[in-house]
Ligand binder design. Structure first.
Ligand SMILES: [Zn+2]
Length: 479
């Protein structure tokens, strides 16, 4: 696979100079299925034994049988490829590129091999409304492309088609705006330290984004709090949720973070953006302080839309920028991979606390950033996750090793420019039977706020300016 990409890159550089090269990726469409329906028009099947069909039209059922793939009375030796110049259909969904059907123990994996640019045209609709301004869609295209290239494999494949990695709806999700946004940003990604950056986006910031450390306890240099330069017309700019103390208590208990019968809730610590970083729970079984994100996830991320909320009141909220004498973040060099590292060195080089270990593992490709996001807040399971990470590292060909003496890098001048903070929100708690939460924004709050991107595009910002603002310190490069 690598060789093919390399060869393609060499040829395209030779033919078109600096123009971006075509890059084929593998997308896991169906994992471990015993059957499926595939087809298309003018499709040709080739099996591992060299048997191939004449081009034919239509869809047909395939199933796993005794180490092979069966279609009707014909048995095909795995892996099987299916090609067509007009795309392929899997369980009623049409995709560009070709299919590979592989064995997954006693089942099948159905995989789409597709050029990354064609793939992205089937991705964007799940992430941003296709009628939104083109500059916002272009920014989203760069982010989706960056995420795809930063993704550290799903099994042996580049990425899967679910929320686990990136939702991919295929040809039906393409539209002219989306196609233009992908074409006009062809090959462009955000990089940091020469590698694809770890990117995040979410719906609505409520006025200010937050740093990565609020969500997972460690700072990523280019994911720092940013005040929105314009206001937006998001439906969740402000929100209000009413629940009973008992309902919240049940949710917390179900998530394994309860305090018996819940009696009161109180913000314990807010971050620079005003988000609840820690919240205090008091109940019949004692007092606990948990992260705001854990609280949100436990109660329901669609109910508690963000951690930027207050109890019983809605205070004024404004964001201030002031010149800072020192950078707002400590820049840490990402450790380089070292092929000769031993397991002992990896463990010795890792941070001590479990949360930092998980973050470090994600930074080094042991977990995807989305896996990390899913793990965050689940403190009780951290030891289990760390064990899973160590097991994965033991299987890696080039396991990561932490640099012995990480040198703090010098911040770029723009990174030290401004310290941003929001006006303080109420620290008032509640012990009432009915809990009213007054909040702002929707989502985890780290990275790129999509509703603000829409407003910025309408205010005349182009996608480069938006990305530079929200991912300060990264570079927009063509790969
Ligand atoms: Zn995945």
């Amino acid at each position: 696979m690598k060789k093919i990409i390399l060869a393609a890159a060499v040829i395209s550089v030779f033919l078109w100079g600096a123009q971006a090269s075509a890059r084929e990726i593998t997308v896991l469409l169906k994992q471990g299925v015993s059957q499926g329906t595939i087809g298309g028009s003018g499709v040709v099947l080739t099996d591992a034994g060299g048997m191939y069909t004449k081009p034919f039209n239509g869809t047909f059922k395939i199933s796993y049988a005794n180490g092979a793939m069966k279609a009707g009375k014909v048995t095909y030796k795995l892996p099987v490829t299916m090609k067509s110049s007009s795309g392929v259909v899997v369980d009623g969904v049409k995709y560009k590129g070709s299919l590979v059907i592989e064995r997954n123990s006693n089942k099948l994996n159905i995989v789409n091999k597709v050029d990354i640019e064609e793939y992205l045209k089937g991705v964007l609709k799940s992430e941003m409304h296709p009628t939104w301004p083109k500059e916002a869609l272009k920014a989203q295209a760069v982010l989706a492309r960056t995420y795809t290239l930063a993704s550290k494999k799903h099994g042996g494949y580049d990425i899967c088609n679910t929320t686990h990695c990136q939702v991919y709806g295929g040809v039906a999700d393409e539209s002219s705006n989306i196609v233009q946004a992908v074409n006009e940003t062809k090959g462009q990604i955000l990089t940091y330290g020469g590698a694809p950056a770890q990117i995040f986006f979410f719906s609505d910031s409520g006025g200010m984004t937050t740093g990565s450390e609020t969500v997972w306890g460690s700072a990523i240099p280019y994911l720092t709090p940013k005040a929105d330069p314009v206001s937006n017309d998001s439906p969740n700019k402000t929100w209000q949720t009413t629940l009973t103390m008992a309902q919240i208590g049940q949710k917390l208990n179900a998530a394994g973070t309860g305090v018996g019968t819940l009696k009161s809730l109180r913000p314990h610590k807010r971050d620079k953006s005003g988000r609840i970083e820690q919240i205090e729970l008091k109940g019949s079984a004692g007092t606990k302080i948990i992260s705001g994100n854990k609280f949100r996830t436990a109660v329901g991320a669609t109910v508690v839309k963000s951690t930027l909320f207050e109890f019983n009141r809605r205070s004024g909220y404004s964001v201030k920028s002031s010149p800072a004498s020192k950078p707002a973040v400590n820049l840490v060099q990402i450790p380089k991979q070292n092929a000769s590292s031993a397991q002992a060195a990896q463990i010795a080089g890792m941070p001590e606390c479990d949360a930092d270990k998980l973050y470090w593992m994600a930074q080094n490709g042991v977990f995807t950033m989305r896996e990390l996001l899913a793990m965050i807040g689940d403190d009780s399971k951290y030891p289990q996750y760390v064990a899973e990470g160590l097991a994965r590292m033991a299987k890696m060909k080039n396991p990561p090793v932490k640099a012995e003496k990480p040198k703090p890098a010098q911040p770029a001048p723009s990174q030290a420019a401004a310290e941003v903070s929001a006006s303080p929100l109420s620290m008032e708690g509640t012990s009432s039977g009915t809990v009213v939460m007054y909040g702002r924004g929707y989502g985890h709050g780290v990275g790129f706020p999509q509703w603000t991107a829409k407003a910025l595009a309408e205010a005349g910002w182009d996608y480069r300016r938006m990305l530079e603002y929200y991912f300060q310190g990264t570079k927009l490069e063509t790969r």
